[in-house]
Design a protein around this ligand. Structure first.
Ligand code: B1H
Length: 838
């Protein structure tokens, strides 16, 4: 190691190498980690070795804050938020930690002095894709904001060995490939086997009378699984707070293996191990739908039970009496995936900690709060009673008892209303019996919130109307937000620098300050800088597309981007109808004056969702034809960017001119991509759905391209009887588009390929594409007009970014703290720190 200066092994030197932030220190630490952790030296190091060495160098600089934070929270027994989520879509850690530590520039210089490129090393990181889409990413944004706002919090979830699949595109079709994010090791986590816990599954229950003559229940499980926590530090932006994301892996308990092994059943023991480890093996890749799969229910009870037991351990360790569990912890349920917490907390308090029913119920309700994320009926989780009884016999008994007390309450409030009892029961008895998880969550929580104003209103009026009438005081709205640290500072440094050069950098923690940009909207110099930054970023994406897809894209065209999970309600195929409309216009009149556009798509379809996969195939097929048709003369390009991920999203949002948010009104609970695009100066074309409504309110209606039916109009049209064929027959352009697809023009003459999609549109059109078609096309024509006036477009772009302050996840978290959690910041002073050398 000739490049490393001679080490003085005194305390100062050691501490310096572990924590020092000067360029010299960082260089030394980096080479040190390369040698001692990776076992490499520069001559033979791979890019991944360098990435790992840098990750460890950065982690060392987090540890002081992490340990300090834990010590101070423990000493003060601070009230803590437990965010329970089956998904955390964290994205790459390295860049984010550099930004939050405030050492991005020093590290860039340090590695560059060693002949390396920081961007190159950042690219190396395999992101933990432990989520499907918006719901998992929201959890990650909230962890960032809680740490930034110095709110004591723990994120609890599952450490899936395989996260969301990697997407390849072959012959235009999506192909799923196993994600191997742990392949090269994970430098960001620390396993804490000393805090392992056990979770029971299956078996039966027995009633008995305890020594005080009380009725008690004993659960004799069929299987026991060990949960081992793996902790990742979550650093706030320029604070000393480093909270924890605690993810559980499932293992077979040794004692059980040995029992089988001793009796000679070696294979049985190994089998048991395999079955146990299956639990945290893979993330279910469905976004917005739920199939009643046994393993999924097992995953839910697994991480919920591990997490609640962990909280109880912390309560005891901090000498808080268990009766005050709800004062120490507030537990936020991220959708119904962790809703079994209602029954599990009851079980732990009553069966394991000898508490009476009424007190346990008080504590449970006071601790738990439920966030609903969807209005789609197919996404509301229900578990067959038979499955529940088989896997969670004790929980089923507890749920029956909760239901008994609850229905008594309903009867008292609404006497004689038996239909209401049937509708509200925790058990669906209309056919095969099911446990309704949303009902369980509503009954067991003190707060129920939606994720955008419209969504909350629709929950109250429709999906959860009975519960709203029963418990109006529980309902509240918490509009989603996104973290500006990852989604501008890290992903769009050029725009960040321009903004900060005008208004300082306060906006990074106080996003409302972006409004000061409005003062510059008439400054031609500023506008031209704004425009040239967008243009430079688009150039970068052009290069990426050329390399990835081999498609040449015009950087002056409108970058019209729809990036999100594929789902019929999100209507990527409505976008396709627009592309073909423009294509038809060109074919009919090759000299037509059209504003050039590049249509860019990214997103995954659930592997079992045939229609979503067919839409991906359609987009790729349109691209093949349009991109190569000489009549088009490069005025239209269609690009499908495969394997959309957080890393990838960070590249895409800053390059967008136009953000497509075109779901059928009343279906998208909030959306968060809509916020990330607008924050980066894209204009939105969108329906009045989810948070679009509030974005439009903030940026002003002149700066937002709105079209289509509103949610009440959607219901009214459906109630009247919707007939898509009528639109097909009466709209010449629409008919030509559908006929073009049906003719096999995009499928080498194959008229069958897209028939299922066309039939679903012509004869059902559940998501009203035909009803919204003309409004969408007219609106897109306006977009094309406005884009030609570059000054006007730039002005609108600036005003969009400047008025996005509301949509910081910091604002969301402040609202949760105030209205639901009753938690105040606990600042961490580094002065009180536990010295590394002690
Ligand atoms: C959202 C989900 C979801 N809502 C089931 N529901 C899942 C449901 O694995 N499953 O079974 C996974 C995910 N995801 C999204 O949440 C909404 O569709 C968005 O509109 C919203 O912005 C996001 C965050 O609130």
């Amino acid at each position: 190691m000739q490049t490393v200066p001679n080490h003085q092994v005194d305390n100062l030197q050691i501490e310096d190498d572990r924590t020092g932030l000067s360029v010299e220190c960082l260089k030394r630490a980096f080479l040190d980690n390369l040698f001692y952790v990776q076992g490499k030296f520069p001559k033979i190091a791979t890019k991944n070795d360098y990435y790992m060495a840098l990750a460890y160098t950065v982690r060392d600089r987090l540890l002081q804050r992490w340990i300090n934070t834990a010590v101070i929270y423990t000493e003060r027994a601070s009230r803590t938020v437990s965010y329970l989520s089956a998904e955390f879509l964290m994205g790459p850690h390295l860049g984010n930690n550099l930004v939050n530590l405030g050492i991005y520039d020093q590290v860039k210089q340090a590695v560059s002095e060693l002949g390396l490129d920081l961007e190159d090393l950042l690219e190396q990181e395999e992101e933990p894709g432990l989520g499907n889409g918006g719901l998992g990413r929201l959890a990650a944004c909230y962890l960032d904001s809680m740490a930034t706002l110095e709110i004591p919090s723990l994120g609890y979830g599952i450490r899936y060995e395989f996260g969301i699949f990697d997407q390849d595109i072959r012959d235009g079709w999506q192909v799923e490939i196993t994600d191997k994010w742990l392949h090269c090791g994970n430098p960001w986590e620390i396993a804490r086997p000393e805090w392992e816990v056990y979770v029971r599954l299956g078996g039966h229950t027995e009633a008995y009378t305890d020594e005080h003559g009380r009725y008690r229940v004993r659960w004799i499980p069929f299987q026991v699984i060990k949960g081992v926590p793996h902790d990742t530090p979550i650093l706030g932006y320029k604070t000393n707070t480093a909270n924890t994301l605690r993810l559980w892996t499932a293992e077979a308990p040794e004692s059980f293996d040995f029992a089988a092994f001793n009796s000679g059943d070696y294979l049985g023991a190994v089998q048991e191990k395999m079955v146990s480890e299956n639990l945290s093996k893979v993330l279910y890749p469905n976004d917005d739908s739920s199939q009643g799969k046994r393993l999924r229910l097992a995953q839910q009870i697994f991480f919920v039970s591990c997490s609640l037991q962990d909280m109880i351990r912390i309560v005891f360790r901090q000498n808080v009496p268990l009766e005050k569990f709800h004062e120490k912890f507030v537990v936020q349920l991220n959708d119904t995936h962790p809703a079994i917490a209602v029954a599990e907390l009851m079980r732990l308090l009553i069966d394991e900690h000898d508490m009476g029913w009424d007190q346990a119920w008080q504590i449970t309700q006071k601790s738990l709060a439920y966030t609903n994320h969807t209005l789609l009926p197919e996404a509301l989780e229900r578990w067959p009673i038979s499955l529940f009884r088989e896997l969670l016999p004790r929980h089923l008994e507890i749920i029956y008892e909760i239901n008994y007390h609850f229905l008594e309450e309903v009867k008292a409030k609404f006497p004689g209303d038996s239909d209401r009892l049937r509708r509200m029961s925790l058990i669906d008895e209309s056919g095969e019996k099911y446990v309704r998880m949303a009902h369980l969550a509503c009954v067991g929580s003190h707060s129920i919130n939606g994720v955008a104003a419209l969504h909350t209103k629709l929950l109250q009026q429709d999906v959860l109307r009975d519960f709203y009438q029963m418990y109006p005081e529980k309902f509240n709205n918490k509009t989603n937000g996104v973290t500006p640290r990852r989604f501008i500072v890290l992903s769009n440094p050029r725009l960040t620098n321009l903004i900060s050069s005008k208004i300082g950098d306060n906006w990074i923690k106080h996003l409302e300050d972006l409004k000061h940009l409005e003062a510059f909207v008439d400054d031609p110099e500023f506008c031209s800088q704004w425009r040239s930054i967008k243009s430079a970023i688009k150039q970068d994406l052009v290069a990426y597309i050329a390399q990835q897809n081999g498609i040449t894209v015009n950087p002056d065209s409108i970058f019209d981007i729809q990036a999100k999970r594929f789902h019929e309600y999100k209507r990527q195929h409505l976008n396709a109808l627009h592309i073909i409309t423009l294509y038809n216009r060109i074919k009919a009149n090759p000299d037509i004056d059209i504003t050039p556009r590049t249509f860019i798509f990214g997103g995954k379809a659930a592997p079992g969702y045939y229609m979503a996969k067919l839409i991906i195939k359609l987009l790729n097929s349109i691209g093949d034809v349009v991109n190569n048709d000489p009549d088009v003369r490069d005025r239209l390009k269609v690009v499908f960017l495969k394997d959309y991920s957080v890393k990838f999203a960070q590249r895409v949002y800053p390059a967008a001119d136009l953000s497509e948010q075109i779901s059928m009104a009343g279906k998208e609970a909030s959306g968060t991509g809509n916020m990330k695009f607008a924050l980066n100066g894209a204009l939105t074309i969108g329906t009045l759905d989810g948070a679009n409504v509030e974005i439009r309110e903030e940026v002003g209606e002149d700066n937002f391209f709105i079209f289509g039916l509103t949610a009440p109009e959607v219901y009214a049209l459906k109630a009247r009887g919707y007939r898509p064929l009528d639109y097909y027959h009466s709209n010449r352009e629409l008919k030509a588009v559908i006929d073009r697809i049906a003719s096999g023009h995009f499928s080498h003459g194959d008229t069958k390929l897209f028939k299922p999609l066309l039939d679903s549109l012509l004869y059902r059109d559940e998501y009203l594409l035909f009803a919204d078609y003309q409004a969408y096309i007219d609106c897109q024509d306006r977009v094309s007009q406005v884009y030609r006036d570059r000054d006007r477009w730039t002005r609108m772009s600036i005003l969009n970014a400047a008025r996005m302050g509301k949509f910081s996840s910091d604002r969301s978290i402040r609202d949760y703290c105030q209205d639901i959690w009753n938690i105040k910041p606990v600042p961490i002073e580094l002065g009180e720190c536990i010295q590394a050398k002690e």
